[in-house]
Write a protein that binds this ligand. Structure first.
Ligand code: SAM
Length: 214
């Protein structure tokens, strides 16, 4: 397979055409080999315009959704970013290309291990991993310049808001179990500015400050 050609086409047709403008985000999408993050049986579909199953009832998100959420974080290069829901590790790799350090939390141990193996093999050195309930954040390393939640939440978790740095951004799908809105929250002093970027559908965020069961 000519992965590079498929990757370029994905970037042109799914990412740029739909309005992603941040050149650093576009370059990261051209660089990160998405096919490495999907199970062998779906490799040929890796660059297609939809999410794919990765085992454990979970998914690697649609490329455009990964791009949009990443662009909304407005990363410049030195940030400390917290990611909740490592999944395949693809979004983690994109973030690690664009920020200084990425702290990623996944509740399913086998998924985290697989993601870590791939990310280690690809040479990423600025990623820190934890198995656990990401709705609690990762207080030890807070505050974060950016927090991204890649699973659907019934509400915005209070610990995540507390762990945002001044001016920091939290990008999270919030809403019902099977339909949500993509929301960006920016910390401004004692206040939080909230912006809505439209409908989306994610697997549920399961945990203390998320849904209570699968
Ligand atoms: N961004 C990932 C990718 O591109 O592969 C997709 C992540 S998938 C849509 C959502 C992930 O969130 C799943 O792997 C799921 O196990 C994880 N998850 C759900 N609840 C969680 C929680 N409380 N803490 C950490 N991870 C959680």
């Amino acid at each position: 397979m000519d992965w590079e050609t498929l990757r370029k086409r994905m970037v042109e047709e799914q990412i740029k055409r739909r309005g992603i403008r941040d050149k650093r985000v576009i370059d990261a999408f051209l660089k990160v080999p998405r096919h490495e993050f999907v199970p062998p049986e779906s490799k040929v579909e890796a660059y297609n315009d939809y999410p794919l199953p990765i085992g454990g009832g979970q998914t690697i998100s649609q490329p455009y959704m990964v791009a949009l959420m990443t662009e909304l974080l407005r990363l410049k290069g030195n940030e400390k970013v917290l990611e909740i829901g490592t999944g395949s590790g693809y979004q983690t790799a994109i973030l690690a290309e664009l920020a200084g350090e990425v702290y990623t939390v996944e509740r399913i141990e086998s998924l985290l291990q697989r993601a870590k193996e791939i990310l280690d093999r690809l040479g990423f050195k600025n990623i820190f991993y934890r198995v656990g309930d990401g709705t609690e954040g990762w207080r030890e390393y807070s505050p974060f310049d950016g927090i991204i939640v890649t699973a659907a939440s019934p509400k915005v978790s209070a610990p995540l808001l507390e762990q945002l740095r001044e001016g920091g951004r939290l990008v999270i799908p919030v809403g019902e179990r099977y339909s949500q809105d993509l929301v960006r929250i920016t910390k401004k002093g004692e206040r939080f500015k909230e912006e809505n970027f439209g409908p989306c559908v994610f697997v549920p965020l399961i945990g203390e400050f998320g849904w209570k069961n699968d």
